[in-house]
Design a protein around this ligand. Sequence first.
Ligand code: ACO
Length: 334
Amino acid sequence: MRKIRITGTGNYLPELVVTNQMMSEIVETSDEWILTRTGIAERRLSSGEPTWYMGAQAARLAISEAGLSGEDIDLIIVTTITPDYYTPSTACIIQSEINAGKAACFDINAACTGFVYALDMAARYLMSDDIRHILIVSTENISKIVDYSDRSTCVLFGDGASAVVCSRPSDQDESAMLATVLGSEGQGGQYLYSKALDVKHPFIKKEQVWPDRFGQQDDHYVNMDGQEVYKFAIRALSDSVLKVIRKANVSIDELRYIIPHQANSRIVNAAARRMKADPQQIISRMSDFGNTSSASIPICLDELIRSGRLRRGEKVALCGFGAGLTYGAAIFIY
Ligand code: ACO
C-alpha cells in the first residue's frame, strides 16, 4: 500500500458557455442528437486563455486549499495533450507562475488517461524520502485541436483545468493508494489522434518525405473513429475497474464513488452495467462540461470534495481511457 493523501484540489473552467443550441448554429446538429448520443448539454470553451494559465489558476486554488505555498511543492506533473509550447513544458511555466522554485517539473501525455497515470506516479514518488508534496495539474484547451466544421467531433469536447496536491501523510493517517492498473494498446493509435509538426528543413529531399502514419493530411485536428473508440472505451473502463477492484482486494460496494473519464454518458452507463455498479456510485458530469480530456476526472474529484460529498476514509475508484490508446484505473482511500 502506498501512502498518499489528497490535501488540496482546485478547478478552472472558462467562463464561455457554449450550448448545444449554439453548436447547431455552426454545424448541422441538434440539442436532441447531442444529448441522446453523448449526454452533453453544454461545454466551456476558452476565450483565449492559454493552457498554462488555466492550469496555474487551478494550481493556486489547490495549493491554498492544502494550506501550502508554491515553495512547498517538490514536484509538478502536468498532464496535457494541448500544451502551448513544445518546450518549455507546461509544468515549468506553471512553476514560474506559482513560485514553486524548488520543484522538479515535467509534462506527461497519456491523453484522457493522463490524470490516472499522474496519480500513480505521484503515489510512487511519495514513497521516496525527499518528496513530500506533489502538484498534479491536468489542463486542456482541446478547442485548439478541434475542427469546428466537423460535427462528429466538435460537439464532444470542452476546455478546462484541474489541480490536485498529493502529500505524504503521517503514519497514523489511513489515506493511501490501494491499487492501480495502467495499460496501453498502441496498435489502436489510428482510432484517435491529432498530428504534430512534420520534419521540414532546407536539406530534406522530396523522396525522403514520409507519408503520415495515420494517413492524416496537413492539419492538426482531432481525428476519431467514433465507433471504435466507443467499443474500446466501454471495455477499457469496465475491465480496468474490475481488475483494480480485485487488485485492491475490495468489493465494488465498498467504493463510495467511481469517477470515470467524462467522455460520453452512453459509454459510462454501458460500462457501469457491465461492471454491475450501483448508478448512485457513478459520477457523470459531462452534461455541463463536455469531454475535457485529462482534466475531466480531477474536475469531478474537486467538485465532490468541495461539496462535502466525499469524506475522509472513503474509497474512490478513478478510471481513464483515451487516445493512445491508453487506459488506467486507481482505487484510493481519500
Ligand atoms: N449531429 C447530428 N448528426 C451527427 C453528428 C452530430 N453532431 N455527428 C455525427 N452525426 C451523424 C453521422 O454523420 C451519421 O450520419 P449518416 O448515418 O448519415 O452517415 C450518423 O450521425 C451516425 O453516426 P455514427 O458515428 O454512427 O453515430 P454514433 O451513434 O456512433 O455516435 C458518437 C457518434 C457520439 C461520436 C459515438 O460514436 C461515440 O460516442 N463514440 C465515442 C467517442 C468519444 O466519446 N470520444 C471522445 C473522445 S475519446 C476519449 O475521450 C477517450
